[in-house]
Unconditional design. Structure first.
Length: 138
């Protein structure tokens, strides 16, 4: 199982916004340069992040992007769900109607438990936690 580039790069984008939370807005080109990610790619990621209320934007000379709420209030789960559309390992866990074997599948319970553990872990990590980890590295 692997997270897509959308989730990984989106988390890096959100972390940069968190690190600049007290400074106001930041230009996407500055994040792209610092994180070595295409500005065009990041521009595709901000659309769902803004639509979900995780970030806000403003236009003009002093425009840019910023977190819509405090880094302590945004979890990794929110970011991943927004960018991935969910976090299930297998489709039948979130949509049992797609599989006729749901009631007689011994492995489905394993996937449900794994989804729950992943969800719990992602819910327990905030952008503030990632900021603190980043500060320790720098």
């Amino acid at each position: 199982m692997r997270l897509s580039t959308r989730a990984r790069y989106g988390t890096r984008l959100m972390l940069e916004l968190a690190l600049n939370f007290d400074k106001g807005t930041i230009f996407l080109k500055d994040i792209a340069e610092k994180e070595e990610i295409s500005e065009k790619y990041l521009s595709h990621l901000v659309i769902p992040l803004r639509a979900s209320g995780l970030i806000s934007s403003s236009r003009g000379a002093h425009g840019g992007y910023k977190l819509a709420k405090s880094p302590s209030q945004i979890t990794l789960k929110e970011i991943v769900q927004t960018l991935e559309g969910g976090i299930s390992c297998v489709e039948c866990v979130k949509n049992p109607s797609i599989c006729s074997r749901v009631s007689k599948c011994a492995t489905r319970g394993v996937w449900e438990k794994l989804d729950e553990k992943i969800s719990d872990e992602l819910s327990s990590i905030t952008l503030e936690d990632l900021m603190n980890s980043q500060k320790e590295i720098d």
